[in-house]
Design a protein around this ligand. Structure first.
Ligand SMILES: NC(=O)c1ccc[n+]([C@@H]2O[C@H](COP(=O)([O-])OP(=O)(O)OC[C@H]3O[C@@H](n4cnc5c(N)ncnc54)[C@H](O)[C@@H]3O)[C@@H](O)[C@H]2O)c1
Length: 348
């Protein structure tokens, strides 16, 4: 049954389905789900103890992103038929990830979830989503598994908790037998805060999540990649704010955190190249995600669009193909690179 369904060819709709339509379409995919019911294994670590539970959370139209003021545009992932591989040219086959295992932090929603969906379409056999938001992560993992048949697991963990991150990565390596790709997408933003009144705790919290968290996860996954002897690909989500200063909002802490992510990326790339580990960063411009879909930013968004040569914000899935490229052997000779993808914003 699974094989028959996986062999079906899916054609992407020209227009992405609206939120309500997506739910209707999803119900038709349950037949070949890895986890048949609305259940997903959830693993968390607190105080050094491992907790595993099978969560059963029926999805209703009222469950969704915890930040209801700004919902992401919903998209569905499609499985890649195993039979398709033999028809790919050598060039196209370089952009697939057959049998690989990917870890994605901040994969509960937004850019992280969309990149997880993209990897799920390239032949990966496992995806581990790490996020602090239980309901979102659980829902996203279950739906991605239902849509593609990939073994997707959700790990509720805070990237600031170094010990929990190490235990989680060990758990992932034990379950899947290794890990090959890491996308570090967990991050937060504080905008419109003047430097002279920046609260010290707020400052520390942002750096802790955006830079220390990125390092903790890279360190834990990198250690497994080194031990395996097979190398891997690490993709850190930085920001164009790591290279330019945004206008008009003041956000010195966020900008500094993303500059640090870019330099961390280069440092790890140089250190770990001998182990076959490539480390690159993606620096998005202004993206139309839940993070930015708040009325308070409406006026500033008009300025952002006006200052972008392509005259639009990035779509929530605009990083997907770059992420696939960086994860795959298609970018085999690229490491330590910071790829800006911003509709041209940083040109002016
Ligand atoms: N949206 C943009 O315009 C934009 C632009 C440039 C860079 N980025 C970066 O892209 C990444 C993703 O952004 P997004 O727009 O999808 O944001 P988002 O808020 O939609 O998603 C971020 C995810 O990270 C999770 N997260 C936050 N703190 C965490 C923690 N301590 N531990 C584990 N998970 C945590 C959140 O729960 C959320 O699911 C971030 O690093 C962000 O800085 C975003």
């Amino acid at each position: 049954m699974l094989a028959r369904n996986l062999a079906r060819t899916y054609i992407r709709p020209a227009v992405r389905p609206a939120f309500a339509t997506t739910y209707a379409l999803r119900s038709g995919f349950n037949s070949f789900a890895k986890h048949n019911g609305p259940e997903v294994p959830v693993i968390s670590y607190e105080g050094g103890c491992r907790h595993e539970e099978i969560l059963s959370t029926p999805v209703s139209k009222t469950s969704g992103p915890v930040n209801p003021s700004g919902a992401d545009e919903q998209k569905k992932a499609y499985p890649l038929s195993p039979s398709a591989f033999k028809y790919l040219t050598p060039t196209l086959s370089m952009f697939t990830l057959p049998g690989k295992v990917a870890v994605i932090t901040g994969g509960g929603r937004g850019l992280g979830l969309n990149m997880a969906q993209a990897l799920a379409e390239t032949g990966v056999r496992g995806i581990a989503i790490m996020d602090v938001q239980q309901e979102l992560g659980d829902k996203s993992a279950r739906e991605l598994s239902e849509q593609t048949g990939v073994d997707v697991r959700f790990y509720r963990v805070d990237v600031r908790d170094g010990q929990a991150i190490q235990q989680t990565c060990q758990d992932i390596a034990d379950h899947y037998g290794g890990l090959d790709v890491l996308i570090n997408a967990a991050g937060i933003a504080d905008s419109n805060i003047k430097a002279e009144v920046y609260d010290h705790e707020k400052w520390r919290r942002l750096l802790d999540i955006n830079i220390t968290g990125t390092f903790f996860v890279a360190q834990a996954c990198g250690t497994h990649m080194i031990r395996s002897g097979k190398g891997g690909s690490i993709i850190n989500i930085a920001s164009m704010s790591g290279s330019i200063v945004n206008y008009p909002q003041e956000q010195s802490c966020y900008n500094a955190s993303k500059a640090a992510v870019i330099q961390l990326t280069k440092s790890l790339a140089a250190e770990w190249a001998p182990y076959g580990i490539r480390v690159n960063s993606i620096s998005p411009g202004y993206m139309d995600t839940a993070l930015n879909r708040v009325p308070a930013l409406d006026a500033q968004k008009r300025i952002w669009v006006d200052h972008t040569p392509q005259k639009r914000l990035g779509a929530v899935d605009d990083l997907n193909n770059l992420a696939v490229y960086l994860a795959s052997e298609g970018s085999g000779y690229m490491t330590g690179n910071n790829c800006i993808i911003d509709g041209g914003y940083t040109l002016w």
